[in-house]
Design a protein around this ligand. Structure first.
Ligand code: CUA
Length: 342
């Protein structure tokens, strides 16, 4: 008996310990529990509402259950079956009416919130329009009204509705920015399969985006960043994107030649163009390399160019192992690093 109790306590302690540890996994930039905009806020409110209804039901039922266990347990000296009770009109009305009320409490806010979040802003002049195309394993962002294409880092102005049209080039992915709201599938195929959603960031910052649908070997590495800046900064970014990066000089100029021979087939360095691979117009300003790697390290960038699959399995970028000399690779890295907005 003692051993069993000990085991129960051990399990309980372990569970509590794990729960405490896991609470540390929340990241301010990627937590649905720390909303940074109205969509995430209303979604969190729904979570809290349904959670409190469920917890209240569990607590009330548990209290009644324990009470009944003690109140009606077999007493010393008691023999035979106790007096049987059949039906209780008052009780039956209570346990029919209460769940109906709870259902209304859950249903009305859920349905109204769901409809308000499904509002279509794709024709709205006031909203910033963004077309999201998911690829194995990166994200393309096109601003059709601004004539800009970029990848991996999604710039948005704060305090404005951002209207998304979501599609995929290959398999089903899912677009998710936990701190701003979501998520929504991106489907491959014809235009009838375009999903729409809107988000808004009320504060400046970098918010982590994730692919939330198992889409292949590197699904877990299919990250992106949402960079929310003030509307003025956003306008400045748009203008700088249109101007493009500073012209290459010196070693970088050599690198540009390598780029024109080896990379241009898949990558554009022109914010107005879509390309097979990620648009690299502002590559030097990226917050991360390929969504998950550090930008600071030249060796990582070289290794990525030579063999991207060593970081992201099933990456579509061909291997350049043995195709570039050390000098060419150095120059190419110099050129790519210089692709910064002015
Ligand atoms: Cu794309 Cu998972």
């Amino acid at each position: 008996m003692f051993n069993r109790l000990q085991r129960v306590w051990r399990m309980l302690a372990l569970t509590l310990g794990a729960a405490l540890l896991l609470t540390g996994c929340g990241h301010e930039q990627s937590s649905a529990l720390l909303p940074a905009g109205p969509v995430a806020e209303s979604q969190l409110w729904l979570i809290k509402l349904s959670l409190s209804v469920m917890v209240t039901v569990i607590v009330v039922v548990a209290i009644i259950f324990v009470y009944v266990l003690f109140r009606f347990r077999a007493r010393k000296g008691q023999t035979g079956i106790p007096k049987q009770v059949e039906g209780n009109t008052a009780l039956e009305i209570i346990w029919t009416v209460v769940p109906i009320l709870l259902l209304f409490i859950l249903a009305i806010p859920t349905v109204t919130t769901t409809f308000s979040l499904a509002e279509d802003f794709t024709q709205s002049e006031d909203a910033v329009q963004v077309k999201v195309t998911a690829h194995q394993f990166w994200w393309e962002f096109e601003y059709p009204n601004l004539g800009i294409v970029t990848a991996q880092d999604l710039y948005i102005p704060t305090g404005q509705t951002i209207s998304f049209e979501l599609t995929s080039k290959d398999v089903i992915h899912s677009f998710w920015v936990p701190a701003l709201g979501g998520k929504m599938d991106t489907n491959p195929g014809n235009n009838n399969m375009v999903n729409k959603m809107w988000l808004q960031a009320d504060k400046e910052g970098v918010f982590l985006g994730k692919c939330a649908e198992l889409c292949g070997a590197s699904h877990a590495l299919m990250d992106f960043k949402v960079v929310a800046v003030s509307p003025e900064e956003f306008d400045a970014w748009v203008n700088k994107m249109k101007e493009g990066p500073a012209a290459a000089e010196g070693v970088a100029l050599e690198g540009e030649k390598v780029f024109q021979q080896s990379c241009i087939g898949c990558h554009a360095v022109d914010a107005g163009m879509r390309s097979i691979g990620p648009n690299l117009t502002s590559f030097g300003d990226r917050l991360t390399l390929a969504g998950v790697l550090t930008m600071d390290d030249n060796e990582t960038l070289k290794q990525w160019i030579l063999n991207s699959e060593s970081f992201k399995e099933e990456s579509k970028m061909p291997s350049f192992e043995g195709q570039l000399s050390d000098e060419q690779l150095d120059a190419l890295v110099e050129y790519l690093r210089g692709l910064k907005l002015q």
